[in-house]
Every structure is written in structure tokens, then in C-alpha cells.
Write a protein that binds this ligand. Sequence first.
Ligand code: ADP
Ligand code: MG
Length: 233
Amino acid sequence: MKRVILELRALSKYYISEHAVVVGLNSVDLSFRVGEFVAVTGESGSGKSTLAHVLAGILPYANGELLLDGSRTPHYDGADWEAYRRDKISFISQNYGILEGLSVGENVTSALRILGFSPEEAKKQAEEILHRLDLFELRHRLAAKLSSGQKQRLSIARALAKPASVLIADEPTGNLDRENSEKVIRLLADAARDRLVILITHEFEEVAAYATRRLTLSDGKVITDAPLREPNV
Ligand code: ADP
Ligand code: MG
């Protein structure tokens, strides 16, 4: 069994406004290992996006603990969380998170340059990733001009460019047709060979053939946590 990389202990997240306190996550205990491809399901409003954003270090949590690689995080300040998001997590959202004003190639090389790659290294690495995602022929096209399936593949290319061991995707197939969804899911399943991949979906069927584990949330709680097949080791 590969190592536990991400862990939540009795973690709660509340949304507090002037008028109300809404529970996003209610005392969640979870641990995730490298090699897992975890499908997170649940009805709308059950806390899936909250879980994705807390794990990605995008949303702060109130109570409990989040541990990465066994290290505790309660003392983290803004700069620590920024480094956590930059170095540890690849995050893919439903609205792509690509740079529309740059070309396809530049979208990937810029992601690599931020991580300290030289221009030559970034170009070489980007070309390899673009080939893998069937985007190499489109490398000079402006990202804004891509179809939704191509945009989502590009967001995955940017995420994969980063050597982070955790990839979190919040409903990445929400805007895609069946064929493109299938492609995206297969790419994510492939990425789980040497990382932890957590995929939020409201349509479990699309990932049933690939996921190694299924979590179901309801009212901010994990109501089922079922192994489906052996994780990649
Ligand atoms: P899901 O992704 O499963 O649809 P969310 O994590 O988005 O669920 O939401 C969980 C609960 O938290 C819901 O009741 C939702 O209304 C509430 N919520 C989410 N984001 C906010 C926010 N920014 N402010 C207040 N409440 C929120
Ligand atoms: Mg959501």
C-alpha cells in the first residue's frame, strides 16, 4: 500500500454570514493514499465543492485538522497556504482555469515557468504533455478559441505539468459532452498511477469503470466510503 498523503481529522467548515451559519463540512474523517482515484458523489449542496476546496487549500477550515504527508497545518498563514497550493496541489475546476489570452502552448509553459523550469525545459516538457493530451497540433491556437472539450483538456495539461502528488478536480466534465467526458476521465485515471486523484462528480456512472473508491456526501458528512477496486501501486 502506498503512503497516506492527505488526511482530514474531524474537520468542519462553516460558512458564516450576518444572518446564518451554513455547514459546509461536518466533522469529516478521511485519509487518502497515492494511487487512489477517488470519486466524490452526493446531491447538490451536500458539500462536495467545499471538500474539494478545503483539500486544495483554497478555503480555510474552522475545526479539526488537515494533514499533508503527515504534517499538520493549523499554524499555516497566508504564505504557507499559497505555497501549499502552488507546490502540492493541482486543481481543476469546471470553468477550466486556463489563460484565455495565451496560446495553448503558452498555457502549459507558463505553468512550468512558475515552478522554476528554464524556458528550454518548459518547452520540452510542455510538448510532451501536449502530445499526451492530443493538443500538440493546437499549440499555437489562442486558448479562448478552443472548444469546451479542448479547454478542459488544456486545464488538465496545466495541472499535469505540475509534479504535485495530489490532483483535485471539481466536476471537470460538467460542461462536456459524453465523448469528451470519457476522454477527461481516462486522462485523470491515468494520472492516478503515480498520484492521488480526487474527482468530484454528480454523475458517478461516468467514472464507475475507473474509480478505486467512492465517497458519498450528504449534509456535509461522509455517508458512504466504499472501495471499488485495487488502487494503482
Ligand atoms: P456541492 O458542491 O455538493 O453542491 P457545496 O460544497 O457547494 O455543495 O455546498 C455545501 C453547502 O454549503 C450548501 O448548503 C451550500 O449552500 C453552502 N455554501 C457553499 N458555498 C457557500 C458560500 N460561499 N457561502 C454560504 N454558503 C455556502
Ligand atoms: Mg459543487
